[in-house]
Ligand binder design. Sequence first.
Ligand code: GDP
Ligand code: MG
Length: 183
Amino acid sequence: MMPYDEETTEDYIFKIVLTGDSAVGKSNLLSRYARDEFHASSKTTIGVEFQTQSVIIDGKRIKAQIWDTAGQERFKAVTSAYYRGAVGALVVYDISRRQSFDDIGRWLEELRVHSDMSVVAMLVGNKCDLEHLREVSQEEGRSLAESEGMYFMETSALDSTNVHKAFQTVVTEIYNVVSRKVL
Ligand code: GDP
Ligand code: MG
């Protein structure tokens, strides 16, 4: 019998991008999801990074390739390459920082310019553990997401609330879109 080769047995590879202002917690959401790690201090890395996570849906092997801006949010040169081929996006703000929510429109505009109409997008209000510092209500988040046709979830990379669920929902919905297209 041939040895099992993980590289060649994926049924799908989904590219998913993280966007949103600096310091909203994008890197920590990813490290919490992929490695169950949280980092109290921001470490800025040069260039774009991604992590992969294997998921099984409907018996299909899916590799979620999740891209993180790695501190390059303001550098437009990386933008097209970053979004190219993305089928999912988590657009993140910090519920304790109003400005990061006000900037969401800009991130959505960029997403729409650079990616396909059918991209599965979720609005993510991160740091929901900081209830005492909340500046954006859950209702505001939900209603913006509804008006933009996006999924919505509040998360905490610190205490893990909804982190797995947010990524899992996006991956599952991409799978639903893709498998409908194939049929
Ligand atoms: P990025 O610039 O969007 O990638 O943000 P980071 O993941 O680097 O996080 C920025 C800062 O916010 C760091 O100091 C993190 O420890 C902190 N942080 C990230 N997620 C959370 C969270 O869910 N709750 C709290 N309280 N702090 C968080
Ligand atoms: Mg980061």
